[in-house]
Design a protein around this ligand. Sequence first.
Ligand code: FE
Length: 283
Amino acid sequence: MNTSSTRGVARLVRGMPTSDGAGVKLTRVIGQPQLPDLDPFLMLDEFGTDNPGDYIAGFPDHPHRGFETVTYMLNGRMRHRDNHGHEGVLVPGSVQWMTAGRGIVHSEMPEQQEGRMRGFQLWINLPAREKMTAPRYQEFGPEKIPQLQSGGASVKVIAGTLGGITGPIAQPATDPTYLDIELPEGEVFTHPLPAGHAAFVYVYEGSARIGEGEAASTAKAHDLAVLTEGGAVTLEGRAAATTRVILVAGRPLREPVAKYGPFVMNTREELMQAFQDFQSGRF
Ligand code: FE
């Protein structure tokens, strides 16, 4: 493996329409048959609609244990409330990085009756040693997320470092990168990623050429590009209107995964324990 080489596209995966919660329509990109996971990433959902019927039912009370959920809102407002007394409203441009740890029960409900709701929810695994940690939130409004110009690209740094500016999220276990990038047509953005980290680009508007030379590929809206091993990745905007993508990377955990719905542990026994603990109200 030549880690000094630039990254290309290992494969393109198309998001799959589905529904979750109480009937919220969304596009599942990671966590579906074409891409069951991408260690340490367990799931990526894009939700995006102007139709209240697609989102109004929301995600009533449900549990999580053993991993982190990362909600990044682009449009719309979502109220979050958990069984430990934590409550708040996610506004456009905000990020909630929730470490479920040993367990929370929460609801995620739209705080609007109409208008556009759009954003992402990413699930990131926790290593065995942190699965039963105390639940924790890292929440940042749009004003706390650095936005900078890098050549012609405009980039929001949620996690990771760009041009000496580090995003607000801290998670040493997986050392994540999470950038939201706007690329005008013909503009190029190159970003170094840590060697050995799993990485993907998800295009949510327009079209981008990803990688260079033989390993390059063009992804359009709702395509996820799994990146090859290596160092830096180069993106070029390929749509007349602005192209928008998220670039996400993290250190793989390389641990056994025992997963059922909202519980993600290492063994079947731990999974059964999670069910028992949830059912007996120990979350
Ligand atoms: Fe949830």
